[in-house]
Design a protein around this ligand. Structure first.
Ligand SMILES: NC(=O)c1ccc[n+]([C@@H]2O[C@H](COP(=O)([O-])OP(=O)(O)OC[C@H]3O[C@@H](n4cnc5c(N)ncnc54)[C@H](O)[C@@H]3O)[C@@H](O)[C@H]2O)c1
Length: 259
């Protein structure tokens, strides 16, 4: 019950990693506000949690809606202690083929929204004497992927913004950390994964040999948001089955016919 008497806001809480985290926070005693664009799934998620949960329709890329989200959390539960900035979208396309509007949309949702969330939540955390922010970045913010131009840029921005948040607010008792998932079994990448032969080869590119389940990311998020991580701020934590432990060089034993 690490989150008893805590109020937690989860963006993108209707699906995938956000949904798993909302369940985890709630199971450990938190009051949870699920924020999402997908009203049907978001409302269902909140009502399945039951008491101490509510859904708030929020487009995280819209600053007034994000302000309204934090006001709603404070009105419903008295404040905000934890913000999990997690909503996000994928993007595919190398620079010449990427429409300007797509680039802007990805930066708005995957990067600017993280700033909007923090800007609206930090005054409420100050009023409670502290708080914890966890931002969902990605291993795609740590290095480049083929044809992930906008996503790579946005997630790298989230990582360094998290460090900036951490030092700016450390003396206020507000910690900020980032998780960098590798591939996770969620709808965001279902389309690519479903293509012929892609799943097996993608699994094979992960040293642990498989995608993460959303709960495996939520476990780390909950730890970072909890008092158990009281001396962690500005940390950037890969949760990636070993992907970033690899230099990217070919598997020589396999290349040479042995492995
Ligand atoms: N699945 C992966 O492999 C993976 C890997 C690394 C990082 N991530 C990141 O994890 C986060 C969660 O993704 P997921 O895999 O759980 O995907 P998901 O598609 O299951 O969940 C994303 C949620 O965000 C919501 N959302 C999208 N745009 C929004 C907006 N403008 N306002 C409010 N909500 C919005 C969606 O409706 C959805 O419920 C994202 O930031 C994603 O970039 C995912």
């Amino acid at each position: 019950m690490r989150f008893e008497n805590k109020v937690v806001v989860v963006t993108g809480g209707a699906s995938g990693i956000g949904l798993a985290a909302a369940r985890r926070f709630h199971a450990e005693g938190a009051s949870v506000v699920v924020a999402d664009l997908n009203d049907e799934a978001g409302a269902a998620a909140a009502s399945a949690l039951g008491d101490r949960a509510r859904y708030q329709h929020t487009d995280v890329s819209d600053w007034p809606q994000v302000q309204a989200l934090m006001t709603a959390a404070a009105d419903a539960f008295g404040g905000v202690d934890v913000l999990f900035n997690n909503a996000g979208i994928g993007s595919f396309g190398a620079t010449p083929d990427l429409p300007v509007e797509d680039w802007r949309r990805v930066i708005e949702i995957d990067l600017n929204a993280v700033f909007y969330g923090c800007k609206a939540a930090i005054p409420l955390m100050r009023a409670r004497g502290g708080g914890a922010i966890v931002n969902t970045a990605s291993i795609s913010g740590l290095a480049g992927d083929y044809s992930f131009a906008a996503y790579n840029a946005a997630k790298a921005g989230v990582i360094n913004y998290t460090r900036s948040l951490a030092i700016d607010h450390a003396r206020e008792g507000i910690r900020a950390n980032a998780v960098c998932p590798g591939p996770v079994d969620t709808p965001i990448i279902a389309g690519i994964k479903a293509m012929q032969g892609v799943r097996e080869r993608w699994d094979d590119a992960v040293p642990l040999g498989r995608f993460a389940q959303p709960e495996e990311i939520a476990n780390v998020v909950a730890f970072l948001a909890s008092d158990e991580a009281s001396y962690m701020t500005g940390a950037v934590i890969p949760v990636d089955g070993g992907v970033t432990a690899h230099t990217g060089q070919p598997n020589l034993p396999r290349l040479l016919g042995g492995g």
